[in-house]
Design a binder for this molecule. Structure first.
Ligand code: ATP
Ligand code: MG
Length: 586
């Protein structure tokens, strides 16, 4: 599992930088944060005043018995608790507010950043791990920034308050008590380091758990028909176990840290208490002071425990913040040049383009030179894996060529502003992606469009043909990934989407592969109309759909091996003619 955990690039975000950056997230909520801290301080002051109450109680009852104490002590007790209650509420509410705001902002920032990451990022990152970071890690950051901070402040203030009373009652003994401080501090820092390390491991393993679960749940039919359950169970068991083990290390540290710190405190406390009792017996200390001192000494244990316990979520939060900042800092796609245009004519030229995928060994495209005049169509054929989809994916700059250039209207596509470039291109890709929404929204895809336009493209792409039978028509839901529709229906929605975009350059990558011959013929007719004044790239295995193209290029292992019109290529008796004959052997 280690290879899974280490798959994430370890970023340059250092721990102290993460702290400083988190402060920036707190800044807009200074007021609420301060109120939260104030609440914690009130709580701490109330807790520390128990020692004072104990002294008054001791003095008023044993040393100088005072009948007014009958009323005063209970009233003081109630007041202290009211103070503590107000402090507790203020702290919970305002810190909760700050925490939720930070979680929200972090999520938005991560989401926004990830949307803009280049296609190659998604090739090497699992979406499950991304989801886990977006949900689980951001929660941890929110927790660390707020509850952990307030607990820390509150506990530290309580300790300070209590120590103040100890000095007040007997400074020599207080000094002796404090001698155990450095030892406890050293212990806490050792524990902190471990918490941070384990925190990061747990977050990684959470990512693995999400990833495997997501992949398995997304393909239930595949899993069933190939009886992949045992395999997936084993895989899940492995990451789940890794997650448990990482957690157990954390729990072990957490479990040990507390008793050890407490034991150190108790040993110191025992010595001090012995001395205090001796002083009282000797008459150097009043019973009130002893009672106060004793109360202070015992009430220091709880905040000390909190101080140790809080470092766990705090360190996990820091680790989580680091991983989120890495995502936020991940460089997005190049914005492109400064050139923007309303609508290009559509001359496209590939000039000696060579491209290899970052992970790929061999180049996926080699020395591809092609010119597609505006308004004409180019069909790309070739064996599976010959680079057809890769070729068309370079046009919207999903990937950058290693060498060579691609030009639209004689201008390098890198000179176009990215958004402007992509406005010029509509794509019907090989794997149709639909969102869990209505058919209408999947076609319009977030754009405001007149109903008449929507109906026109739905008609042309033969979407209306099947929506007529659906309850809800165009407003029927498609299900996650479009599961409620057939493959061909999904493809038709995807075609309608591209028609609606009405872009001067159209890419059809196996756009009609899932359609039966009759539907295909109908849609071909619609496409033929559409293609008329657009530059079109058609990728198809079925050669019957490419015959009409103005030009056909045959790719072989990333290189164009033949090109010409259907008739020319048949006459040449080369690769194309061979492919064609195989398909129409009958
Ligand atoms: N995202 C990717 N990362 C790495 N390599 C890839 C990626 N996509 C494709 N490849 C590789 O690039 C080569 C060309 O793939 P491409 O998808 O362009 O083929 P194709 O001609 O479209 O095939 P098909 O007809 O099966 O769709 C293949 O060898 C493939 O393994
Ligand atoms: Mg392909």
């Amino acid at each position: 599992m280690n290879d899974l955990a280490s798959r994430r690039p370890s970023g340059p975000v250092s721990v102290s930088a993460a702290y400083r950056r988190l402060l920036g997230y707190l800044k807009p909520h200074k007021g609420a944060f301060a109120l939260g801290i104030l609440g914690g301080a009130v709580y701490a002051a109330s807790t520390a005043s128990f020692a004072w109450l104990a002294k008054r109680f001791g003095d008023g009852t044993f040393t100088h018995p005072n009948p007014r104490m009958v009323l005063l002590i209970p009233i003081a007790l109630v007041i202290i608790f009211i103070g503590r209650g107000i402090g507790s509420f203020t702290q919970t509410y305002f810190m909760g507010y700050v925490g939720r705001s930070i979680v929200k902002r972090l999520r938005s920032e991560v989401f926004r950043s990830v949307l803009d990451l280049p296609a190659s990022f998604f090739d090497r990152t699992s979406t499950g791990a991304l989801l886990s970071r977006l949900t689980y890690n951001s929660e941890q950051v929110g927790h660390a920034c707020t509850s952990s901070v307030v607990i820390m402040v509150r506990a530290a203030l309580t300790v300070v308050g209590v120590i103040f009373w100890m000095f007040w009652f007997n400074w020599q003994l207080a000094l002796i008590s404090l001698a155990t401080g450095p030892l406890a501090g050293w212990l806490v820092s050792v524990v902190n380091q471990r918490f941070r390390r384990y925190g990061r491991r747990i977050q990684d393993s959470m990512g693995d758990v999400t990833r495997i679960a997501k992949e398995s749940f997304e393909a239930p039919r595949l899993v069933k028909v190939y009886e992949a359950q045992p395999h997936l169970r084993a895989q899940f068991e492995s990451v789940n176990e890794h997650n448990r083990r990482s957690f157990m290390r954390l729990i072990l540290t957490r479990g040990l840290a507390n008793p050890i710190v407490q034991l150190v405190t108790a040993l110191g406390g025992a010595v001090v208490l012995g001395m205090a009792i001796r002083d009282t017996v000797d008459g150097q200390m009043s019973p009130g002071d002893l009672l106060g001192f004793f109360t202070a000494l015992t009430s220091i244990a709880q905040p000390l425990r909190e101080l140790v316990g809080v470092s766990d979520p705090l360190q996990q939060g820091i680790a989580a913040a680091e991983s989120l900042f890495e995502l936020i800092d991940e460089p997005g796609e190049p914005r492109g040049g400064g050139y923007t245009t309303g609508r290009v004519r559509g001359d496209v030229e590939f000039r000696n383009v060579t491209f290899s995928y970052p992970q790929g060994k061999a180049a996926a495209l080699r020395n591809v030179s092609l010119a597609v005049p505006a308004g004409s169509s180019l069909a790309i054929v070739g064996r599976s894996g010959s680079g057809k989809s890769t070729l068309v994916s370079l046009l919207p700059r999903f990937y950058e060529p290693d060498t060579g250039a691609i030009l639209i209207d004689g201008r390098d596509i890198r000179e176009y502003e990215l958004a402007s470039l992509r406005q010029q291109i509509a794509v019907v890709s090989q794997d149709v992606t639909l969102f869990d929404d209505t058919i209408r929204n999947n076609i319009a895809f977030g754009r405001e469009v007149p109903e008449s336009d929507l109906l026109r493209v739905a008609e042309a792409a033969h979407v209306l043909e099947f929506t007529a039978d659906l309850p809800g028509g165009l407003d029927a839901m498609v299900g996650e990934g479009g599961v409620l529709l057939s493959g061909g229906q999904r493809q038709r929605i995807s075609i309608a989407r591209a028609l609606l975009k009405n872009a001067p350059i159209l890419i059809l990558d196996e756009a009609t592969s899932a359609l039966d011959t009759e539907s295909e013929r109908h849609i071909q007719a619609a496409l033929a109309q559409l293609v008329r004044n657009r530059t079109t790239f058609v990728v198809a295995h079925r050669l019957s759909t490419v015959e009409q193209a103005d030009r056909i290029v045959v790719l072989g292992a990333g290189e164009p091996v033949e090109s010409g019109t259907h008739a020319q290529l048949l006459a040449r008796e080369g690769r194309y003619a061979q492919l064609y004959r195989m398909q129409f052997a009958d």
